[in-house]
Design a protein around this ligand. Structure first.
Ligand code: PMM
Length: 268
């Protein structure tokens, strides 16, 4: 899954694809580089980000989704709003990626159920301005697993089908670096929930912190693409269904390597 953030302020690519024509061009480039899905979002979720209005979010994503879909691209919409999801699916989106897992907008599960498209339910504890203060866990893998199970039960009760659900531990969302590493180590336990898993580590702050220089200053996000690639290989090898990344070409190769190793293991 390649990322197109149609925002002026996303963490690593804010502003680059804010113009709809540039966003469409970038989405097409990502497909050429090997993306199976292009994730289009109009609201930054970086820590501390303020929310945009519904109208602004729709104006950002709708034309981009419509045009990419018209050109045959499999598009997902990255939104917490039911109305944006509804319009996006009407414009051609084939997947709804909700970083709040249905918590931010109570209408979301019903809209997703009616649309019938796959639904990414991410682990989330609150909006960007509060999320760092909610990064408190005893056993992060067990708690994320438990909270995701509750979200699954809730969206199933709203009519979403089991076959629509994809789960995501939400790296960086109310998680400190130690939590993110534990969740990556626990992919197998999360997979036991029985749903496909999506992992979004690309260019996140915990990679920059790991790669900090001798003076302790974090590596800037654009220096963490190789580390993203390592996470992709590990996640895909552990059985993740999808990785959400900004720099698609090398990650698509890493996914192929992991698939080859898994295939060989299955045949052994
Ligand atoms: N991360 C971001 C945005 N959307 N969606 C899912 N499912 N999983 C994620 O980890 C995720 C996401 C934030 O990253 P960006 O602002 O760099 O795109």
């Amino acid at each position: 899954m390649g990322v197109v953030n149609v925002t002026p302020d996303s963490f690593s690519d804010g502003g680059l694809w804010f113009d709809p024509a540039a966003a469409v061009r970038h989405g097409l480039e990502l497909v050429e580089q090997g993306a199976d899905i292009v994730d289009v979002g109009g609201e930054s979720t970086r820590p501390g980000a303020a929310r945009v209005s519904l109208e602004e979010e729709l104006a950002r994503v709708e034309p981009v989704i419509r045009e990419l879909s018209r050109q045959g691209v499999t598009v997902s919409v990255d939104t917490m709003r039911a109305e944006v999801a509804r319009v996006a699916v009407e414009a051609g989106a084939k997947l709804v990626n909700d970083v709040s897992g249905g918590l931010a907008d109570p209408d979301m599960p019903r809209v997703v159920a009616a649309s019938g498209v796959p639904y990414v339910v991410m682990h989330w504890r609150g909006h960007s301005h509060t999320m760092d203060s909610r990064a408190v866990y005893g056993d992060v893998v067990a708690e994320v697993r438990e909270e995701l199970s509750k979200r699954v039960a809730s969206v199933l009760a709203e009519g979403v089908a089991e076959s629509q659900i994809v789960l995501d531990p939400g790296l960086g969302f109310s998680k400190n670096p130690e939590h993110n590493w534990a969740l990556l180590a626990g992919i197998g336990q999360l997979a036991e929930l029985g749903y496909p898993l999506l992992i979004g580590a690309s260019r996140k702050r915990f990679l920059g912190r790991l790669l900090a220089g001798p003076d302790g200053s974090p590596r800037p996000f654009d220096g963490s693409d190789d580390a993203t690639l390592a996470v992709t290989a590990i996640a895909a090898h552990a059985g993740a269904w999808c990785v959400r990344v900004h720099n698609v070409a090398p990650n698509a190769d890493a996914v192929r390597v992991a698939a080859a190793v898994r295939g060989a293991r299955a045949r052994a």
